[in-house]
Write a new protein. Structure first.
Lengths: 201, 201, 201, 201
DNA sequence: GATGAATGAGGATTCATTCAT
DNA sequence: GATGAATGAATCCTCATTCAT
């Protein structure tokens, strides 16, 4: 007896998630070239060919992985940042929240930190598309916030510099080789914002 | 008549340099896996086999490249940093000098930024060896300087945080995807040091 | 519908046999180094990559070939030798049977005669493992028999000498460069055993 | 000042001997394919290119090695075998002398045992030439002797069988994997000749 | 939807041989 | 005569992708 469309959709969703999660895991250990399609299949507990049923090719798996994790990440961030505190406070929140998320989903954090860097080399054709994704989901929201701070005078450096500074500090905190300690986080935020807004928060 | 030992030494040195420079160039465009030995040879204007005459294998080429570039880099930095200015001033100099070098030798800068992160995946066996190289040539000199600042009270955050902060800011400036503009550099240094020493320099 | 596990098992067995048989054939003509993986694949009518699906590498193919042929050989011999005739008669049977098998499966015979001698050079790491295989499947059974003959007094020379003598005569008969003629076989056996047991059988 | 023709000849002879001896040594450890020209040169203490000054190519080195060692071997044997003892006694002498030589020049013995076997595969074009060398230097002298024994009635089996038997026993004794012990040699000869001439000598 | 057998293009590496000096 | 730098053809092996079932 054939499955209902509804059942098919559910299976589809489940399988794709299985594959993407497996990819995340294998990627963490082996990097892009070390992530063999067979290893993904094995980790996902599926047949090797099935991946090609749900994804066009290896590239498609990884681009999908970016999409999937970015959108989840964005949601998680939005919960925190759409408040009406002062800009500096919200930036501080973003830093803290991002660190917390990086700890909780360290594979995702690792994936973005390393993979985004390699896209120009791995998928030269799709750089724009991926940059666009990051822009929408990560950089723009933060930039908008900083812009607001610059306009209100809270932030004392130009927008571009402020943005660069913020992300430097952010990536410095979640660097997967030396993730910052929970206990140092407050001081980190304070030190970082000092540069931006001229006082320790 | 056979060549003299001296002539042979000169040839060898020249060839190794040619190969390493070619590697740097190809790596910039293609990344580690995209860097085919044949492409290195072509770029260096040499036969493919010659690379294996001078280097054990591809891994050896890259490890040698780390060594070679790191030692050069260190020399260039030392010229600037071994002065007797205040710590903050010297840190500022390091930032500026590193940025200048990153602009001048952008392939080297790109190489270190990307390759060092992949070593764990590419050469798991040699991570320690490579970390050691970075430690000696990069981390330690800067850490020593910051330590000094902490001891004299110039730097107002703990050593570890200070170090992390400094490198975050450093990497934020030379990030190969968006290298900082020459004209923003002073303000960048100032912003950065504000966080560390509590005043804009 | 995917194939049943049973079907897959059958395919695998068949393919491995195909590959090993092809190897045997190519080896006969080209020797170990001349046996290119591509030639094996071509001879087996399979894609080159498939060999690596079933065997780890070239070495694995050859070690498997030893195992496979030795076990078959042993079976064939056992049929003949587990009788209760006098030792000399059984040794004679072994000689004859081995010659018959060598004629029928001359590629296998050639393979063992040549390959076993090269293992020390080809796979220095696995010499022990292979020697063990020969010991169990070939030498021990014969040695046991000769031992019996020595104990009953049928054989008039010490065990070790007897063993060496028997194998010398055996290899002398099946030497692939000049395989002994069917018609000379009886006299050969007789001549050989004369040395061992002191009379022509 | 140019060398005299005489000096040149001496150098030439010396170099060729150096190369052939080095080849023998390396071959013992690595086999034909493992014997790299560079390793020969290194072992001989000469430059890599010089080998090609004295020999056409790798094949030529090995063919020359056969010639060189065979002729030396023949001389050594002739001293012993050109006596007027009975055939059986002379065959026994050959066995013993060959074993003694095999012990003394084990690299040469190893070389012939293994290399002669592989010629069909390594140099298919020159098989005839090499067989001819063995025929003249080894097989024929022995065959002639056995022939004599058959004619005088000393040897009780047909020529071809006798020859095969003799060489089987010979190779059984000097097998490089298990060279016969000095102390077993007399009994070995006796056992062997028993098969041929019907009595222990 | 699902499986895993099958393919072959692609890339690292080796090594006999050549050649400028 | 002598050296060792240089070459590139040849070969092993990997792995994304396809396909019969």
């Amino acid at each position: 007896m054939p499955r209902s469309p509804e059942q098919n959709r559910a299976i589809r969703e489940k399988r794709m998630r299985q594959i993407l999660e497996a990819t995340l895991h294998v990627y963490r250990e082996r990097g892009y070239h070390g992530t063999e399609m067979g290893a993904i299949a094995r980790r996902a507990g599926l047949g090797r060919g099935l991946i090609y049923y749900y994804f066009k090719d290896k590239q498609d798996v990884f681009i999908s992985l970016i999409r999937w994790t970015l959108s989840g990440w964005k949601e998680l961030l939005e919960e925190v940042t759409e408040t009406d505190q002062p800009v500096a406070a919200r930036l501080g929140e973003i830093l803290k929240k991002t660190c917390a998320l990086s700890l909780e989903y360290s594979d995702v954090s690792y994936f973005h930190q390393t993979f985004s860097r390699d896209i120009g080399v791995l998928f030269p054709d799709r750089v724009d598309e991926v940059v666009q994704l990051y822009e929408e989901n990560l950089w723009r929201p933060v930039r908008t916030l900083i812009q607001e701070g610059v306009e209100t005078g809270e932030i004392q450096v130009p927008l571009e510099l402020g943005e660069r500074f913020f992300f430097s500090v952010l990536f410095g905190a979640i660097n997967y080789e030396r993730m910052i300690e929970e206990s140092d986080l407050d001081q980190w935020v304070s030190t970082a914002l000092y540069g931006l807004v001229g006082r320790r928060e």
